[in-house]
Each structure stands twice: as C-alpha cells, then as structure tokens.
Design a protein around this ligand. Structure first.
Ligand code: DGL
Length: 270
C-alpha cells in the first residue's frame, strides 16, 4: 500500500530545475520523506514532442510507484502540460498525481477576472495550451497571453541570473507586444523562481509575478491533511535520482535547492 503517511512524496522533473519545487515542499512540509527524480538523460523537455514527454512521464511514474510514493508531484511545467492527464489515468488509485499548473490557474482565476494575465514558459508548455484551456474552464473572462521563452532555462542553468546577460534577455522577451497590458505574469517553468526578482524589477512592481512552487506545495499540504496522509513524526529521508549523472548537474543542485545535494544515478533508460 502506498497510502500511509510515512510513504514518500515523489517529485519529478526533466532535470534539476524541479528542485525549486522540491525546495518549496521541503520548507512547507519538513517531515515528509521525498524521492526526487530528474530525467537529465532527456533534458530539455521544453523542446520535446507531447508524445515523447508522455512516454517519459509514464516510465517515471512506474519508478516512483516502485518507491511506494503516496503522491506523485509533476514539478516540470512541460510534463504537467503534456503528461498530467495520462499520468493520472495510468497511476489511477495507486497514488495521487498532482501538477504545477492547477494551483496557479486556480489562484489566477479567483484574482484576475476581466484582466489580462501573461504566461512565460518553454515551447512545450506554451504550445500545449494547457494553461489557457484550464483557465478558461474556471474563469473565461480572463485573457491569457502566452510567450515561449526557451532561452531562459538554459541561461539560468549556466548561472546567468542577476547579471547583465539575464537583464538583456529578460528585456528582450518581456518587451514583446504579446505581454502588453498584463496585470500579472505566471512563471510557467521550474527555473524561473530564480529570476523572479529581476522580472519584478523589470515591471517596477506594477505586475504581480506568480511563482507556482509555493502554491503547489500548499496544494500538496492541503491534500495530505484532508486525506490524513500528513507525516507528523519528526525527521525525513530525501533521496535524489537522475537518469544521467554529470558533475555539473550535481553542482547546479545548489542553485535550485539552496544547498548541494547528492545525486544518485538510476538507469531508467537502456
Ligand atoms: N522543467 C522544465 C519546465 O518546467 C524546464 C526545462 C526543460 O525544458 O526541460 O518546463
């Protein structure tokens, strides 16, 4: 049975960026056991087809189920957009599947009636139209303006943030007419919490910049509480796996998780 408080929370992403979500979950739920899987062998998901992302998602769900995860949280926006419905069907009653899109869409739907809201993310996320479709179901009065910003994730992975390179890239993307007149901007990618402050500075505080990582951690906490799955005993075990190991992946864990973590190589793909 995967439905016991001591069972871990499974979190997966295309790589290391999803550690921003794992970090938010660790902050809010410090006693939860956690299994993280970064599919570094297939990075970046943002440039992959929906079919490819779905195939990766199913295989990773199998891995997390084999680790007896009570919840599978898809930390990757691209995989949340392309693979959530399939993952939910595939996993069925074996574990709860959560994604990073729904909590943000819910928040926006309640706060921005009759307003324009922007979204930035990978090509896979933007082209899937998952955000506008979900939002129009909850609140059709909101206009969602989406822009793919593919350069930003690799820029951040290379450590270019809070400097002149990131400033120039952000100015180029955020001045795009598509984002004109927005009152809020959704950060639809695991990596973007690291450039949240720079984006706020670009908008001089006039646009709310929405980082979904804490919203999804809250949604997870609510689910665990309502279903009596919250682990209340002190202490936790966290294990981090990747499908391809390099020193640089391990070094960049510090950027996304706030401290360096040990990555275990797991051969998920032959
Ligand atoms: N994790 C991905 C996302 O949130 C960004 C990196 C990638 O393209 O794989 O969409």
């Amino acid at each position: 049975m995967n439905h016991l408080p001591k069972n871990p929370i499974g979190i997966f992403d295309s790589g290391i960026g999803g550690l921003t979500v794992a970090h938010a979950v660790s902050e809010l739920l410090p006693n939860e056991n956690m299994i993280y899987f970064g599919d570094t062998a297939h990075l970046p998901y943002g440039e992959k087809s929906i079919a490819a992302i779905q195939a990766y998602t199913v295989k990773i769900c199998d891995f997390l189920l084999s680790k007896k995860c009570k919840v599978i949280l898809i930390a990757c926006n691209s995989a949340s957009a392309a693979g959530f419905e399939l993952a939910k069907e595939y996993v069925a009653s074996r574990a709860k599947v959560l994604n990073v899109i729904d909590p943000v869409v819910e928040y926006v739907s309640q706060k921005y009636s009759y307003k324009r809201v922007g979204l930035i993310g990978t090509r896979a996320t933007v082209n899937s139209r998952a955000y506008p479709q979900k939002l129009s179901l909850l609140n059709p009065t909101i206009t969602l303006q989406s822009l793919a910003t593919p350069l930003l994730a690799s820029m951040i992975e290379e450590g270019f943030f809070n400097n002149s390179v990131s400033k120039a890239a952000l100015e180029a993307y955020l001045s795009n007419p598509v984002l004109k007149g927005i009152e809020a901007l959704i950060l639809g990618c695991t990596h973007y919490p690291l450039i949240k402050k720079e984006i706020e500075a670009f908008y001089k505080g006039k646009v709310e910049v929405i980082d979904g990582s804490y919203k999804v951690a809250e949604a997870l906490k609510n689910y665990l509480t309502e279903n009596r799955l919250l682990k209340t005993t002190l202490g936790s075990r966290k294990k981090f796996y990747v499908s391809d190991f390099t020193e640089s992946f391990e070094a960049s864990t510090k950027i996304f998780f706030g401290r360096k973590v040990h990555l275990n190589f797991y051969r998920l793909w032959e």
